[in-house]
Write a protein that binds this ligand. Structure first.
Ligand SMILES: Cc1cc2nc3c(=O)[nH]c(=O)nc-3n(C[C@H](O)[C@H](O)[C@H](O)COP(=O)(O)O)c2cc1C
Length: 278
């Protein structure tokens, strides 16, 4: 059933209209971030429209390149459409009442430029990257707001595996590339906190300090000893955790095939015009 294991009150009053954040609110934000867990099973209860609107508005407030908002968000909530989309994500999110597909979108900006008699200069790799960053920041704002509202979510990287079919289903025009998908709803599971690398394994003081073998051992020790990961290694009969990733979850063969299909998609979407036209 329900699922709020956290000591913090996820239903804490929100003050979206306030201009200053109090110390208590800042502490709540830290607690919220430090207790994040991906949720993969959801109650059938739909997300209230006013709640969804608040969450989406939080996404809008994310920093973005030039304040141009080179992204669009496709919100899928009709059960038939959710089912079709979930199928394209290999059944992931099948219990979720909502999917959000965040896309790089130069189509809208170019249309505006055209109407105002300007060039359309954003159909290239730079803007694919910039739009991907912007889409990700908007998505993460949405995620944090969703958790603050008592919802759960999971990112679905499968948007990159089945991009063409997902784009067709969502009727995306040229210049629109789906890059981030979230399934979202009220949690129907108690997820445990997953492990992270220690800070010293990720943060470099002043310049990059390349890792010695001992550093690599030390930085990954906790991860390798994490009971869930040890169980995964045992169940799959692999030699170690890296083999789970490189042989089973994300092997080279799949990476190459998916990369090729993705590249073909962004070319067809008209986002790889990297030469200046004469
Ligand atoms: C870009 C991205 C893609 C992801 N894709 C999937 C996915 O396809 N399926 C899934 O179950 N989890 C997916 N996840 C969730 C990660 O597995 C999860 O964030 C990670 O294991 C850490 O767990 P936590 O979010 O509970 O802290 C994805 C996360 C990100 C950021």
């Amino acid at each position: 059933m329900v699922v709020c294991r956290l000591a913090i009150d996820r239903r804490a009053p929100h003050t979206y209209t306030q201009t200053h954040t109090s110390h208590n609110q800042a502490m709540n934000a830290i607690d919220l971030l430090m207790n994040h867990r991906s949720i993969r099973r959801f109650q059938s209860k739909p997300i209230e429209a006013d709640k969804m609107e608040r969450i989406l508005n939080c996404g809008m407030r994310a920093s973005n390149t030039g304040n141009m908002q080179i992204y669009s968000i496709i919100l899928t909530q009709q059960p038939d459409n959710v089912a079709a989309l979930s199928k394209l994500h290999f059944g992931q999110g099948s219990t979720a009442p909502a999917f959000l597909t965040v896309c790089v979108d130069v189509n809208r900006y170019h249309h505006w430029c055209r109407l105002r008699g300007c060039d359309e200069p954003y159909d290239n790799f730079l803007w694919l990257m910039s739009g991907t960053v912007d889409a990700s920041l908007a998505a993460q704002n949405i995620c944090v707001a969703a958790e603050a509202e008592g919802l759960g979510f999971c990112y679905l990287g499968t948007v990159m595996y089945n991009t063409r079919a997902i784009a067709d289903l969502l009727q995306l025009p040229k210049g629109v590339v789906p890059v981030v998908t979230l399934c979202m709803g009220y949690p129907a599971e108690e997820a445990s906190l997953s492990e992270r690398l220690p800070l010293e394994g990720v943060v470099h003081q002043e310049h990059y300090h390349d890792y010695s073998d001992d550093d690599i051992d030390r930085v990954h020790r906790q991860r390798e000893e994490f009971p869930f990961n040890q169980e995964m290694v045992r169940q799959n009969g692999t030699r170690n955790l890296t083999e789970i990733f490189t042989k089973i979850r994300y092997p080279k063969k799949d990476n190459v095939a998916i990369s090729k299909a993705l590249l073909e998609f962004v070319e067809q979407a008209g986002m790889m015009n990297n030469e200046e036209k004469s």
